[in-house]
Design a protein around this ligand. Sequence first.
Ligand code: X90
Length: 280
Amino acid sequence: MKVRIIADSSCDILKLDGVDFINVPLTISTNEKSYTDDSELDTEEMLNYLAGYHGRSYTACPGVESWLESFEGADIIYIATMTSALSGTYNSAMAAKNSYLETHPEAKIYVFDTLSTGPELRLFIEKLAELVTEGKDCEEVCREAERYLKRTRLFFSLESLHNFAQNGRVSKFTASAAGMLGIRIFGTASRQGTLEPLSKCRGEKRTLQAFMENLKLSGYKGGKLFIAHVENLPFAENILKAVREKYKKADIVIYKTRGLCSYYAERGGVLIGCECDADY
Ligand code: X90
């Protein structure tokens, strides 16, 4: 039985250790140019281009065809998608599943709506990989993965919500606060899978403070924590330092966002996914 894990490109990784993994890309485009969020993407070039482009820009979720292609040759398929509250990615994966089962009735396909994205999605697929590697059967994998998802969180610090607003994914009112006078929006992925602002912070120090308070409230005990940044390594490193100081054994990894997350989190943005002890 060939087992495969598939995620959309907002997971920001192209390989998953020890398992068969496929990253299915979204696209980012303007009226002139289109970027596919795959292994070929030069994120820095895309950000530079977008910074100098003054027209509208858009994103699109993977079409059913892309999902179908990613299923070929696998018998058991676990698919993890970003939040269905902000993207059609989950619905498109479900449509692909139903279509694939018509021609491959023996295949087993499980689709998970993570109601989150970025580093929380990455935590989730790494957990799926761990469960698959341990040889768990489908039922156990699904049960334990669902349970894990309740105990992970996503936090973010964004300097601009321009791209969220121009794509109608947050209100203009929420967006207007970010970027003004160095204000960052600190927030979390809500239980419904939407962007939930928690505080407006002036400067990095205040943002870090807000994050550390919320980390504690979330029940974080020093488990796995991912920091994905959009060209903001200094802030990511300061977050790492602050977390390590308080949680000595914290298992932290810093990395760069790829296309989709870079587009929405925008330059300076930081996304943090972590394992917590309390259900959310
Ligand atoms: O075109 C599409 O279908 C894609 C739409 C994606 C919208 C959300 C992307 C979020 C990227 C930014 C910050 C974290 C906020 C998370 C709230 C759930 C990451």
